[in-house]
Design a protein around this ligand. Structure first.
Ligand code: DAH
Length: 520
């Protein structure tokens, strides 16, 4: 098959139809094609676009300016320009005392001002000792309309005129009219025209049949197969190299995606998932973690206290008593405690949890070791929003309690977890009121030449374990998830994760095969 006949073979019905029309008259407009073939203009333009993409025709876009009168313009056209209305009176009165001008000429205040301005500009009249007098130029103008007035009249009797159709004088008139504001409206009119390219001309020279539209099949239907009509159908060949429009199927949000990845990792490592509540008592959020009631983290500026409900239920009296005693004098832990009077009302206060570590203590209070637990949840802090801080973010908390568990295990578990996520971390000694020993995990960011902190970890102190009745060592850790997402997706501003920036969301690849399980 020659190139040309292959091209013809692949032409869809509408494109052939358009080519036939162009064969008859190359100057035919899209509107005329639509009318002649009784198809809508969109089909014509899409056929034309497709022919143009194959270099068979060229589609030219022409924009023209159309001028029209505005509402104010129509009013002026109907009544006459204010200076003309004055001139009409002056034509027989010759002069008008200024104080009578508005009344005599039937003008309002604004029109009088306009009239005087333009009478002066056009030299039709001048003011002499409080009287407006017609000039020679004015006398001449009585029966001779200016270009501005002529074009105003012409526009008034039309629905708008293309600028390209105006004479030079008319354009001058239009310019003058345009010096007054808001009388004329300009509108851009776009039209298209076609031109046959060499390939188009060759196709026409070669000759082709349009064919019957109904016979052209793009799909083989069940019916066609059953009743044998498939044998007579004309199939348009597919161009498998044709570009297709980009599609954006729904996908998990990057933050959700990393949360799912983290869940998968802990589940794979044999941890059991648990969940806490975003609203919790200060007891679980602070007291159970041996944070004294005057601890800085509890201050209003760090923690969101909730008004309604203002109080939460406390657990079994036994646990509360043990925690209270440990705070006051160390209880059975050999610690001296913090040495103050523990207040049950402070412990009852409702807070939006500031970390997920309260889940660990609550879990220990109701589960028998050995145990491995993790939990993902949102936490809240009164932070000023900036590129690395949000007042609301996610943490993953982990807990392992069993005979023989040590700080070594903690470092090993964390190392393994980060490795699975694709990060290499280092550990730095740290302090938390509820752990000893304690550490922070950090990752080195090449582009910032700095280490950034990812989370805290440690061995729960006896002051935490003893009141809950736990007799074995326990390790725990809490890791901020948004920070991990920032590094994973290479974003420098944490707010991006919450901005719903559609371009960013569309472009970001999520291709490591972790499936979405359920919501938080
Ligand atoms: N709760 C700490 C925070 O929000 C992180 C943390 C430190 C959690 C030590 C722990 C831990 O479980 O043992 O920064």
């Amino acid at each position: 098959m020659t190139d040309i006949s292959k091209i013809i073979e692949e032409l869809p019905f509408y494109e052939k139809l358009l080519l036939k029309d162009l064969e008859e008259n190359e100057n035919i407009s899209p509107e005329e094609v639509a009318k002649k073939d009784n198809i809508n203009i969109k089909s014509v333009m899409s056929a034309a676009g497709s022919l143009a993409a194959k270099d068979i025709i060229t589609v030219n876009k022409n924009t023209e300016e159309k001028v029209k009168l505005s509402k104010a313009g129509k009013e002026f056209a109907e009544k006459g320009l204010p200076e003309r209305r004055v001139l009409n009176v002056l034509a027989y009165e010759k002069e008008i005392p200024m104080k009578d001008l508005a009344k005599k000429c039937g003008l309002d205040k604004k029109e009088s001002v306009i009239a005087l301005g333009w009478l002066n500009r056009k030299g039709w009249a001048k003011i002499d000792k409080g009287t407006l007098k017609i000039t020679d130029k004015g006398e001449e103008a009585v029966d001779n309309y200016g270009e501005d007035e002529k074009i105003l009249k012409k526009l008034f009797s039309s629905q708008g005129i293309l600028k390209s159709e105006l004479t030079e004088d008319e354009l001058k008139g239009l310019n003058t009219i345009n010096k007054r504001k808001n009388l004329i409206k300009n509108k851009k009119i776009t039209s298209h025209s076609f031109k046959l390219n060499q390939i188009g001309k060759n196709i026409i020279k070669h000759g082709f049949e349009i064919g019957d539209r109904k016979e052209e099949a793009t799909q083989l239907t069940h019916e066609d197969l059953k009743n044998g009509t498939w044998k007579n159908l004309h199939y348009r060949p597919y161009d498998i190299n044709a570009e297709t429009p980009k599609t954006f199927p729904g996908k998990a949000h990057p933050l959700r995606k990393i949360i799912e990845e983290i869940r998968e990792i802990f589940l794979d490592m044999g941890f059991t998932e648990s969940n806490g509540t975003t609203l919790d008592s200060a007891f679980w959020n602070f007291d159970s973690l041996f944070q004294p009631q005057d601890h800085a983290a509890r201050e209003m500026q760090d923690t969101f206290y909730v008004k309604n409900p203002s109080e939460c239920k406390l657990p079994d009296e036994e646990i509360v008593k043990n925690v209270a005693k440990t705070h006051e004098d160390g209880g059975n832990t050999k610690s001296t405690g913090w040495g103050y009077d523990w207040d049950v009302d402070v412990a009852k206060q409702s807070v939006l949890r500031t970390h997920t570590t309260g889940i660990s203590t609550k879990y220990l209070a109701s589960h028998e070791p050995p145990l491995k637990m993790f939990s993902v949840g949102r936490v809240f802090r009164r932070e000023t929003i900036n590129y690395k801080h949000l007042p609301e973010f996610h943490q993953v908390e982990g807990l392992v309690a069993a005979e023989g568990i040590s700080f070594q295990h903690l470092l090993g578990i964390l190392k393994e977890f980060y490795k699975k996520l694709g990060f290499e971390v280092r550990f730095r000694p740290a302090y938390f009121p509820y752990t000893y020993m304690s550490c922070e995990c950090e990752i080195y960011l090449e582009e910032r030449h700095d280490w950034i902190e990812l989370g805290g970890a440690g061995m729960f102190r006896p002051e935490v374990l003893e009141p809950l009745g736990i007799k074995v060592p326990a390790l725990a850790f809490g890791i901020g998830i948004e920070r991990l997402a920032m590094i994973r997706y290479d974003i420098s501003d944490i707010r991006m994760l919450y901005k719903s920036d559609i371009k960013w969301l569309r472009d970001i690849p999520l291709d490591n095969g972790v499936k979405l399980k359920f919501d938080y």
